[in-house]
Write a protein that binds this ligand. Structure first.
Ligand SMILES: *Cc1c(COP(=O)(O)O)cnc(C)c1O
Length: 347
């Protein structure tokens, strides 16, 4: 079989969430948008539910509907995009909680689903999603009379603890929700690390659950193994891959492995990324193709039948950094082709 394997450790996911929850002053939700950051919505959400998570956040109503089908009736499922045209049936049928982002969405919700729960998202400076402070002041009394389930906002710079934007947004959030006696939420993973004044009633960790920065001392969640399809000897002066971008300076042994940029291994990762056989990291040579990568295994004294891309020596954060990106983007770019293998050791 030439399909690469992504092994996802559900026990590590559970423990990472438990840690984020214990760091939170009050309750912690779990953010499982984008197919649980690419790792598999159903498996990840069920593991978190088994660990005690009862409040989940996703990006869209469609994601919420899929999550409801996996988790059953009990958990609260919020979605960030709010009540859009076309969402009404999903919200009703799957019992979802939209985060209302504008007066427009507020009118839609109160006209079409007056009896259905909702939350409010405020924009405290990120200028991405949520009601503007002015907008909020205009509708605050009306909204509070409708008894929202949650008031939340999102931090733009929480992964930089020293950034003054954090305190600014905290102050704005406090000002806008002063004397508001409704469940409040401001912090994602980065905000949890900023300290208790950012936690309010509910935190919303995502990336920390999946074992990536800015979370610290968390358990790695993902391993990737890639089968070797062929091994060949090449002579000094021969080239490997599209465009002849790499030329052997001496006799080399090249393994062709079965994964490529269609599997989220971005072409730019070539320079810094290694493929591991046990302790030895072997460099990528030539251009990364859609489905194949050339690896210089001259340094190995065995013929491996697979090589590791993600392991304890080369973490998601490290590979992402080598590609000029972040763990979030690497995880959500993995693609559909991996054989996703879920492990969980009984606790
Ligand atoms: C994605 C997201 C989160 C989770 O953020 P992490 O940095 O992954 O912990 C929380 N809140 C909102 C609004 C988000 O968009």
């Amino acid at each position: 079989m030439a399909t690469a394997t992504a092994t996802i450790d559900l026990n590590a996911i559970r423990q990472n969430w438990q840690k984020l929850r214990s760091m939170s002053s009050n309750d912690a939700a779990a953010v499982v948008k984008a197919n649980a950051y690419g790792l598999g919505l159903k498996q990840v959400a069920n593991a978190l539910y088994a660990e005690g998570a009862r409040i989940f956040f996703v990006a869209t109503a469609e994601e919420g509907a899929e999550l409801r089908s996996s988790l059953g009736k009990i958990p609260e499922i919020y979605f960030f995009s709010g009540h859009m045209v076309g969402d009404t049936e999903l919200i009703r049928n799957y019992n979802l909680i939209p985060l209302i982002n504008s007066v427009d969405q507020l009118s839609r919700h109160s006209e079409l689903l007056k009896e259905k729960k909702f939350g409010v998202q405020l924009d405290t400076g990120m200028n991405r999603l949520g009601m503007e402070p002015k907008e909020w002041e205009n509708v605050k009394e009306l909204v509070l009379s409708l008894n929202p389930a949650l008031i939340m906002s999102h931090l733009a710079c929480a992964d930089e603890p020293g950034h003054k934007m954090n305190a600014n947004q905290l102050n704005t959030f406090r000002t806008l929700t002063d004397n508001v006696n409704i469940k409040k939420s401001l912090a994602a993973t980065g905000g949890i690390l900023l300290g208790p004044e950012y936690h309010f009633d509910l935190t919303r960790p995502g990336i920390g659950i999946y074992g990536c920065s800015p979370m610290r001392n968390c358990l790695p969640v993902l391993k990737i193994d890639i089968p070797v399809i062929q091994i060949r000897e090449i002579k000094s002066g021969e080239t490997v891959g599209y465009g002849n971008t790499w030329t052997a300076a001496s006799k080399k042994r090249i393994a062709t492995i079965s994964a490529g940029y269609a599997d989220g291994i971005f072409r730019v990762t070539g320079q810094k990324t290694r493929l591991y056989f046990e302790e030895t990291g072997c460099p990528i040579v030539g251009r990364i193709s859609m489905d194949l990568i050339g690896v210089d295994i001259t340094g190995l004294n065995v013929e491996p039948n697979k090589l590791e891309l993600i392991n304890s020596k080369q973490t998601v954060d490290k590979i992402a950094e080598g590609a000029g990106t972040i763990g979030y983007e690497f995880l959500t770019s993995l693609g559909h082709r991996y054989n996703r293998n879920y492990t969980s050791v009984a606790k």
